[in-house]
Design a protein around this ligand. Structure first.
Ligand code: NCD
Length: 343
């Protein structure tokens, strides 16, 4: 693995397997049973120039749980970029202050440009419609854990990616990551005009995966293992596009009816979140809340151990973790969410 995490392109199958193993070792810390201080003294710079809740906060929490501290900045308005500062200058300045940097920016390629100006590890927290490699890694970690629980294997699995596959950066990184594994069946369902970029599909096909593209959710999905739904990325649309895609999402909304009538008892439902829960939004339906097949909050929880694994690997402390563990001393509730099952 290079010193930055900018794209899934830099990851080999061995790197990915290593990250999955390290993330599993982070679980006792992520689930607040043990404490480590391996990154004591280290400082993370979080630079978020686009809206974010879970990516920013979970990178922040992951770094803190390893014992480090975080400097957080959000939006262009309060940064010097509003005064015309270049990515190069910002990168050099931040590198003098921080030991690792996570950056989210609306322009594709911007995080790579920022990383080219520094030797401090940089993680791409989402570059416009480009990539979101840490999300794909936590998504894969989620699939791996869910499959282990259900006694399933990734090889030969049927995975459905649906929604805005053109501008949704999480699905670009995810399909590239899945491509590194044994052949599986990948179905891509999106409104016409919002299809997955061709070169990403070609790569999966060249690695032996069976990829099928459709423009509707009609049909039988009784052998489906995972449905990964995404939000229509309206903020990337021009005004003209907003008009032509108005109302389109209702045909791509996944809910209890789709799962009960066309999938099976072990189909898991994932979403990178946020889902748009406003009336008429037609994103992933809230009628699945409390259904054990809905894996979205297990998925968000998995962001912590995977992001800890990314930091531990980039900062080369993963071998020190076990030597540094202590028990947690504060109150931790038995269940995190009110709809979580009793363990
Ligand atoms: C996504 C993102 O920002 O790319 N969210 C996330 O990071 N978990 C997906 C989205 O905004 O739809």
């Amino acid at each position: 693995m290079s010193s930055h995490l900018l794209s899934v392109d830099s990851l080999s199958r061995d790197h990915v397997d290593h990250l999955l193993r390290v993330a599993a070792r982070m679980e006792p810390i992520a689930s607040r049973r043990q404490v480590t201080r391996v990154l004591e003294g280290a400082v993370l710079g979080n630079l978020f120039f686009e809206a974010s809740t879970r990516t920013r906060v979970s990178f922040n929490a992951a770094f803190c749980r390893l014992g480090g501290s975080v400097c957080d900045t959000t939006g262009f308005t309060f940064s010097s970029m509003a005064k015309g500062e270049s990515l190069y200058d910002t990168s050099r300045v931040m590198s003098g202050y921080c030991d690792a940097i996570v950056m989210r920016h609306p322009d594709q390629g911007s995080v790579a440009e920022f990383a080219a100006a520094t030797h401090v590890p940089v993680i791409n927290g989402g570059d416009g419609p480009g990539e979101h490699p840490s999300q794909a890694l936590l998504d894969l970690y989620t699939i791996d854990k869910e499959f282990a629980r259900l006694g399933k294997k990734l090889a030969g699995a049927h995975i459905l990616l649906t929604g805005d596959l053109k501008y949704g950066r999480t699905v670009h990184s995810l399909i590239k990551l899945l491509s590194l594994f044994e052949p599986m069946r990948i179905t891509l369902v999106s409104p016409p005009g919002l299809e997955m970029p061709g070169q990403v599909i070609d790569r999966a096909v060249s690695r032996g995966h069976r990829v099928e593209q459709r423009d509707s959710l009609a049909g039988d999905f009784s052998d489906l293992d995972v449905v990964y739904t995404t939000r229509i990325q309206k903020e990337r649309f021009t005004e003209e596009m907003s008009e032509s895609f108005a109302g389109v999402s209702q045909d791509f909304s996944v809910g209890r009816d789709f799962l009960d009538t066309r999938c099976n008892d072990t189909t898991i439902v994932m979403h990178p979140l946020p889902r748009d829960s406003r009336p008429g939004a037609n994103d992933l339906n809230v009628d699945l809340n409390g259904d054990p097949r809905l894996a979205i909050f297990r998925q968000t929880d998995n962001g912590i151990p995977m992001r800890m694994a990314i930091f531990a690997t980039l900062l080369q402390v993963e071998e020190l973790i076990e030597k540094d563990l202590r028990p947690v001393r504060w109150f931790v509730p038995e269940r995190t969410g009110v709809d979580d099952p009793h363990s």
